[in-house]
Design a protein around this ligand. Sequence first.
Ligand SMILES: C[S@@+](CC[C@H](N)C(=O)[O-])C[C@H]1O[C@@H](n2cnc3c(N)ncnc32)[C@H](O)[C@@H]1O
Length: 242
Amino acid sequence: MSRFLREANSFTKGLILFFRPGVYLGFLAKPFLFFSNTLQLTKWISKENKKNILNDFYRPFRNHADRIKLYEHVLEKENLANAEINYLEFGVFEATSFKWWMNANINAASKFYGFDTFEGLPEGWGTYGKGDMYARFPHLDDARHEMVKGLFQDTLFKFLDEHNIDDKRRVIHLDADLFSSTLFVLTTLARHLKKGDIIMFDEFNVPNHEFYAYKMFVDSYYMKFELLGAVNNFYQVAFIVV
Ligand SMILES: C[S@@+](CC[C@H](N)C(=O)[O-])C[C@H]1O[C@@H](n2cnc3c(N)ncnc32)[C@H](O)[C@@H]1O
């Protein structure tokens, strides 16, 4: 019986490949992926919708400024204000969140690394097109920081060869919006992640982007992230590696 099923399965698969439905039904791929990821996301939310952490779910409208509440929560809960950390932010734009974290952590030995093309998004994202979010290269006073200009895909390997990010607790801020950028960073940093590291996402509840990258990553690397807090209906979230 199972042999019959296997043969029927392989015959049907062959037929599907032969007729190449992707050529005329390819337009359905994105909406179907969106539908599937929305199911995964809402299932994830119902599991993670904890009340004993910072969490404003459900609220009818988003307030972007509330992400600061999440930063403050993480800073206080994890005693990060005086801790020696390696802060890495992917997606710096005008350095708003980058400056917040650099001001909030006062340890002289901490390092702050910002990564961005500073020439805008490398791909479209929702209503934003390629090249949107163009920002001038920020020149900041604090000597503890370094900006790395270019595509993560071009700069991150070289950066990791030249810098030691394993010597301090890592605080990683993923704010690149895109699935590709987020997944690339997570997989490239995977070998450096240790228990106690903090991972923040800035657009987490977007089904086909940051959430999808998170899901692919934790499922493929068997990695466990515990939720520390969430604001704006899980738009901004913070995890700790456990
Ligand atoms: C939403 S903005 C960052 C906002 C910033 N963290 C803040 O709080 O103001 C997203 C940024 O990610 C950058 N970005 C996205 N994918 C990238 C990639 N693969 N390489 C380099 N930069 C990327 C874009 O250039 C853009 O500036």
